[in-house]
Design a protein around this ligand. Structure first.
Ligand code: CU
Length: 661
């Protein structure tokens, strides 16, 4: 049952299974190179992380999200950017791999969860907009992002192979190999990835400290005693280093170790369609220092720092068919994470490590959820869910403990009108306790351990999706009222969090996309997204919201060759509050608008082998995203003191993919 696709290639724009179906009668099956991924069903975006993307993403999970309207990535260097959806980052996005929450450990947020994710090693990337699912612990109030492997079924003994190689400007090269073998009873899968890049240059030829290297390996063995039962043990390990253009330290260790045991049984009875259990452990061991990649360390800063974050997790779930019209998902989950760090004392020239790793914070969450789908007719349904989490945070070095009851829920109505149009409306509520960075990010925050309130998001989401053989259009709008929004204040000179407060915020925005098949070989694509927000407590803009942005593209595909052009533009952003933001960054000031042009192409050698190539930022434009970190000249002569870390200049790349069954 393995798919024989070979993705490698070119053209621009969108591409999803739904689109493929919509265009099945036409020559253009799907875009060879993904540039804008549309919403395919209410609240949901699904995309294949093995497809080439433009602009060329870094190895990590955040950069792959950039092609989804509504996402932006805060740049820190060449990789490990911070994913932001509708202006919301950090713990407001629930980032999951194979149904496990992934968290970083760095006090300076070098390692967003996505820093440990290698999208091409997975089969599916799913984004659920807004608080419209309660299935997963650590509720994402702004959205849920999932990277998943698709379980395979082996009817008889068979094996398959997938591999890709990528070469690009600035010394970039990636390699991935994936193989699996199985029969009716047993299977085994193994994946290895490697990704490396040198420092990149912006359009002005300035070099940023941004080189990186990452490798990962995953393995899974499974037992399928019958058609309905699957037991799988999987493990993953990855490590690497990354240089940073926005700060005085670089990451020299990003070790993640993961083990997961999963069992699922289907068709248990008329009532129980399926039930499962999963136990997992994720550990992150991170070291950053001033000396590995830099000649002149700052003596005012400690030479290195090490942190660990170890999370253990368990979940039990069941999918019940109550009757023809009512399906119920129920589950219980538990998550425990312990953060530890080294302690240093001293100052200018006298820094000494006083302890090795010592546990400093513990977070625990136990949740129960149920989600009901009620089919009203063939064309409309209600979906609603409730979740309660018992959450606690303990500060271990000077013992303090607090706990909260976190309640989340949503209800939505989905309506199919005729064969082409789907409409939806949903209302969601999500509560989250302050995360590790919000509770411990500054001495002020520690003093506020008990005072920082839980954040409560209320959000209305509406949208429409229209699909015909020739056209696909979607629009999705939201209006949010966030009570006790956790706002971070930064000391911009030190680039450290200096305070935390709860404010009331209001946000609203829209994402829209439209594509049109001009003929059997040529397709037009476009997308637009915009978000605005206000801090109503202080009567000023909500910080870290990206400006209006859009994409226009044209692609050609004759089944052998493909070609595409993409124009991405962003407006200027004049709404900001200097020095305020979230756990990852803060507003620097106004930003100008920009337009960037890119080209891509592809060639299908045969059904199994594809080539894709592209030139991003073809006119070598010098530009920076509004949501970015500021430059840092502590590593002269590289790393210019720019207002923001500029995006890469002209970048050429070539990717080859092969898939064998
Ligand atoms: Cu770090």
């Amino acid at each position: 049952m393995k798919k024989t696709y070979i993705t490698l290639t070119p053209i621009s724009l969108v591409a999803t299974m739904m689109m493929s179906q919509a265009y099945a009668d036409h020559t253009v099956l799907h875009d060879v190179v993904v540039t804008a991924t549309p919403m395919t069903s209410p609240f949901l975006i699904e995309t294949d992380p093995k497809q080439p993307r433009q602009p060329l993403p870094a190895h990590d999970g955040a950069d792959y999200l950039k092609t989804i309207p509504g996402f932006t990535v805060m740049r820190k260097g060449g990789t490990d950017g911070e994913a932001i959806f509708r202006g919301m980052a950090g713990s407001r996005l629930n980032i999951m791999v194979d149904d496990q929450n992934v968290v970083g450990g760095c006090s300076g947020r070098m390692d967003a969860p996505t820093a440990y994710i290698f999208p091409e090693a997975y089969d599916k990337l799913t984004v659920i907009k807004g608080p419209q699912t309660v299935e997963y612990g650590n509720m994402g109030s702004a959205g849920t992002i999932k990277f998943d492997r698709e379980p395979k079924k082996y009817e008889k003994q068979s094996s398959s192979f997938y591999g890709s190689a990528l070469y690009g400007s600035f010394g970039r090269h990636d390699e991935i190999v994936q193989g699996d073998v199985g029969n009716e009873k047993f299977y085994a899968e193994i994946t290895g990835t490697n990704s490396q890049a040198n420092n990149y240059k912006d359009g002005d030829g300035k070099t940023y400290l941004s080189g990186y290297h990452r490798w990962s390996s995953n393995a899974a063995v499974g037992f399928t005693p019958d058609h309905n039962t699957r037991v799988e043990l999987s493990a993953a390990i990855s490590d690497g280093w990354a240089k940073y253009a926005d700060r005085g330290m670089d990451g020299v260790k990003f070790l993640r170790e993961n083990v997961s045991l999963k069992a699922e049984k289907k068709n248990i009875s008329d009532l129980i369609e399926s039930a499962g259990i999963q136990l997992s452990r994720n550990s992150v061991d991170h070291i950053m220092d001033q000396t590995t990649f830099r000649a002149n360390p700052m003596t005012s800063m400690q030479p290195e720092a090490r942190v660990d974050h170890i999370a253990t997790q368990g979940r039990i779930y069941g999918n019940l068919a109550l009757d023809q019209k009512n399906k119920l998902k129920v589950g219980i989950d538990h998550w425990r994470a312990v953060h530890s760090s080294e302690t240093w004392t001293g100052g200018y020239g006298t820094w000494t490590k006083t302890t090795g790793l010592v546990d400093n914070a513990e977070f625990k969450t136990t949740g129960v959820f149920s989600e009901l789908t009620h089919q009203l007719s063939d064309s409309d349904r209600f979906v609603g869910g409730l979740r309660n989490d018992w959450w606690s945070a303990t500060y271990l070095t000077t013992p303090k403990n607090r706990s909260e009851n976190l309640f989340s829920g949503f209800i939505r109505y989905e309506l199919k009108q005729g064969n082409h149009l789907t409409s939806y409306i949903g209302l969601g509520h999500a509560e989250r306790g302050p995360d590790y960075w919000e509770l411990t990010g500054s001495s002020a925050a520690i003093n506020n351990f008990y005072n920082t309130k839980k954040e409560q998001t209320n959000q209305l989401d509406v949208g429409q999706i229209y699909k015909t053989d020739k056209e696909t259009a979607s629009i999705s709008a939201f209006y949010g009222k966030i009570n006790d929004f956790i706002l971070m204040q930064w000391n911009t000179g030190m680039k450290m969090v200096s305070g935390v407060s709860n404010i009331d915020a209001r946000t609203y925005g829209v994402e829209a996309s439209y594509s049109y098949l001009i003929n059997n070989q040529v397709k037009f694509i476009s997308s637009l997204n915009h978000v605005r927000g206000n801090d109503e407590t202080n009567n000023r803009p909500l910080p870290q919201l990206p400006p209006l942005e859009g994409r226009l593209g044209l692609s050609y595909d004759n089944q052998k060759w493909s070609a595409g052009g993409l124009m991405r533009f962003a407006a200027s952003q004049n709404r900001y509050v200097s020095g305020y933001g979230n756990i990852a960054g803060y507003d620097i000031g106004r930003s100008g608008g920009f337009t960037v042009f890119s080209l891509n192409g592809g060639y299908k050698l045969d059904k199994k082998t594809k080539l894709a190539f592209g030139v991003d930022n073809i006119f070598d434009k010098t530009y920076a995203e509004f949501v970015s970190r500021s430059g840092n000249n502590m590593a002269a002569p590289v790393n210019p003191q720019t207002t923001r870390v500029n995006e890469p200049g002209r970048t050429a790349w070539l990717k080859a993919t092969i898939a064998l069954d």
